[in-house]
Design a protein around this ligand. Sequence first.
Ligand code: AMP
Ligand code: ZN
Length: 474
Amino acid sequence: MIRFHNSLSGRVEEFVPIEPGKVRMYNCGPTVYNYIHIGNARTFLVADVLRRVLELDGYEVRQIMNLTDVGHLLEDEAGVEGEDRLEKQSALEKRDAWQIARFYADAFFEDIGKLNMERASEYPRATEHVGLMIEMIRILLAGGYAYKVDGEVYFDLSRFPKYGQLSGNTLEKLEAGARVAVDPRKHSPHDFALWKHDPKHQMKWPSPWSEGFPGWHIECSAMSMHYLGDQLDIHTGGEDNIFPHHECEIAQSESVTGKTFARYWLHVRFLLVDNEKMSKSKGNFFTVRDVLSQGHSPKALRYALLSTHYRQPQNYTQEVLASAASSVKRLQDLVDRLVRHPRRLGDLSPAVEELAARTEKAFLAELSDDLGISTALAAVFELLRQANAMETSGALVATDVDRLLGAMRRFDRVLGVLDFETDAVPDKVLGLVQEREQARRSRDFARSDSLREQIRQLGFVVEDTKQGPRVLPA
Ligand code: AMP
Ligand code: ZN
């Protein structure tokens, strides 16, 4: 059983999917007007870890992450909307908004690849789904949930009394609170745009209302429902997505279907620099590229970003990165030692089996309990300590080594920071080493010599030590 914090109820809840064994998950993806910064990466990595934990627990996960390549407007401190982020970047870089979108989308895929994130099932781009958005806006208009003014379409918040259920920002509270700039064309200053009229926009489409572009919120409603159906199991994003973005998605989607849109909402707290939100618009950000070009390994960065619980803000410092690098090294060292350990024949030791099984169980149990990463890692490091001692004592036989490596592989299905191939002895060679050991035991020296030669041809040598055969690169 998996539990995590559902922002909709404000509680940690048991996860029960709509369809047993299957998960429909939507992650708000990047706005592709710049390289992703490590705060964005943190939010995407939590989604990656969640997906990996669900898969480790046996679920089949359909994961959709969108790319916002139009319609996400800049906002000032008071939340007043300004220019489209892509159009602004296009002016800065002196290339068109389509080139900006393509360029930073490609960079995004490169960056998440370096951070070893699993590929989502689809990465729909807003610009390629405008037809779906127009259709959804049409339905909202027909149902009286939206209204037209001067070629634009706005959602009518007075028609959705449940507004505020996720963020607490009900229309009543919003109206009582800080003033927002009054647009006399809108019924309420808090009504939000579904379609913007702008013939000067570079990315624009014809629609029944005007030539223009869709609002950011309708993009995620339309794409998530297109790829996952009317109801999603899990919807994720950073904490700044809660309001207004996700609140607006709920209003749009539920007005169209009359059903609960997403059953579980998971939000990731911010990555901070000097205790302030890291953000592109504030300029106080490090991109994934910045960090990697300083010579830090992508594995250390991945580990650093996933090792703080998602419901705690994480302050980014050099110390965090250095300590992550050292943790990854300790884990990798154990893997390397095990791979090179003499392959002595023998039965699996009950102590090894007990340690591996207990740790595997604890690892999944801790992660299943609201993604308890610290306790899950503590269990792994306890296994590491004991396995290192066993390896040093020379007590491990080949089956013990394989059992421990199996456990490490299992942990790495979630952590994604280990290498089982570098310097590693291929399974084929290990098989031959074992066969040779068997042949030696039954004093079939001709066969044992021929196996040694086969191993040599694969680029390895076998040394017979007191503890058993040791395999080394030739
Ligand atoms: P954006 O590219 O601005 O659309 O953001 C992409 C994702 O990153 C969204 O889910 C944001 O909520 C999230 N995000 C933005 N800034 C941060 C931050 N400092 N820490 C964690 N997540 C963030
Ligand atoms: Zn979104």
